[in-house]
Design a protein around this ligand. Structure first.
Ligand code: DX5
Ligand code: ZN
Length: 219
């Protein structure tokens, strides 16, 4: 059986206690910490930037899985790397030259991810699949936590998994948005090996994050 990793999104955490929330996630068995960065321009919401990530870095050694929903993204990549990001994921629509941005991330010794919005086709990133470490499949329109999972992305995950097998590629398939105890199994069966979750982890079962992380993994 493949190993499933859970990357809790701190978008649903208590923002006044982010350091402690991250420690709580680590204790509860989180594999990575998903950090949603929004600029009020690429997506209609604003969150946090490099200084906050830098200040959180000392709370854990877990991987910081940083999802950049900002445009133009290229000139900020180094700042997020310096702040302590381990995985840097960008949207192809947010950069003028996707290959150059991926190369920059890799030159900083970070893992490079590329994200596909619900409407974005795999074609958009086919030529870089061999260069990246991760594809982040959005199962909601990026911008907000707590949205409803879009089941139509399942076939995109299946197709990515097929390409991965056909071409013997190594990228992780991570799914982000509306993941819950009902759909987690379907995305895993389709090919995903990393699940992002904010609402389900922080709000289900009266906020029992340990139970929620475990249930998402084994469900
Ligand atoms: C949406 C973000 C997601 C989101 C996930 O733009 O990229 O990471 O916070 O949260 P839930 O699990 O609540 O959909
Ligand atoms: Zn995200």
């Amino acid at each position: 059986m493949k190993k499933i990793k859970i990357s809790p999104s701190i978008l649903s955490a208590d923002f006044s206690q982010l350091g402690n929330e991250i420690k709580r996630l680590e204790k509860a068995g989180a594999d990575m910490i998903h950090v949603d960065v929004m600029d009020g321009h690429f997506v209609p919401n604003l969150t946090i930037g490099p200084p906050v990530i830098k200040s959180l870095r000392k709370y854990t050694n877990l991987i910081f899985d940083v999802h950049l929903m900002i445009s133009p993204v290229h000139k900020y990549i180094k700042d997020f790397s310096d702040a302590g990001a381990n995985v840097i994921t960008i949207h192809p629509e947010a950069t003028e030259n996707l290959k150059e941005s991926i190369d920059l991330i890799k030159s900083l010794d970070k893992k490079a991810g590329v994200s596909l919005n619900p409407d974005s086709k795999i074609d958009l990133i086919t030529n870089v699949l061999k260069d990246i470490d991760l594809v982040l499949v959005m199962s909601v329109y990026p911008g907000f936590g707590g949205q409803k999972f879009m089941p139509e992305v399942i076939s995109k995950i299946e197709n990515l998994q097929k390409i991965k097998e056909r071409d013997s590629l190594n990228f992780d398939i991570e799914v982000d948005g509306g993941i819950n105890f009902e759909n987690s199994k379907n995305v895993i069966n389709a090919g995903a090996n990393i699940l992002v979750s904010g609402t389900t982890i922080f709000k289900s079962n009266n906020g029992d994050i340990k139970k929620n992380i475990e249930t998402l993994k084994i469900n």
